[in-house]
Design a protein around this ligand. Structure first.
Ligand code: RB5
Length: 149
């Protein structure tokens, strides 16, 4: 457990509105939304936004990160290139719980063109409520970390 309540948020142009909705939602739940944009709707490049949020998580500045693009896939791929980041794309809450419980994911990616607002918020809830179970899952996460070394 940690008292770091900061969550890094970023997206590309495809997910600006859903990102704002999620920022408001997690703020209302007592988290600090560290929203690093972008704020304007012009077409932009998801890798730089995913990497920027991932750096905030990898450095320990933020406990978690929530990132979004059209599908959630491209920005997830970019975030996972940052050492120490474990990010999964989720389109339903079960996977969002499981990536915390079994994979100790520290970032969640959502596709704004895939899931609607209500479903996205249930996914965010599931991710933030679940806790890593450790044990045999810890061994497997250590094996992922070894691949980064
Ligand atoms: C942008 O058109 C789109 O490619 C992007 O949001 C994302 O879906 C990429 O994975």
């Amino acid at each position: 457990m940690t008292d770091n309540k900061r969550i890094a948020l970023s997206s590309d142009h495809a997910a600006i509105q859903l990102r704002q909705t999620i920022a408001d939602y997690i703020t209302a739940k007592g988290w600090e939304a560290v929203d690093i944009g972008p704020t304007t709707p012009e077409s932009t490049h998801y890798p730089k936004h995913g990497a920027a949020a991932a750096e905030l998580v990898a450095s320990g500045d933020c406990q978690f990160g929530i990132i979004l693009c059209g599908t959630g896939q491209g920005i997830m791929m970019a975030a996972n290139k940052v050492k120490g980041v474990r990010c999964g794309v989720c389109s339903e809450p079960l996977s969002a719980s499981m990536i915390r419980q079994h994979n100790n994911a520290n970032m969640l990616s959502i596709g704004a063109r895939v899931v609607g607002e209500e479903l996205a918020l249930t996914i965010v809830d599931a991710f933030l409520i679940a806790e890593f179970e450790g044990g045999r899952h810890g061994t497997r996460v250590e094996m992922i970390e070894a691949l980064e070394a």
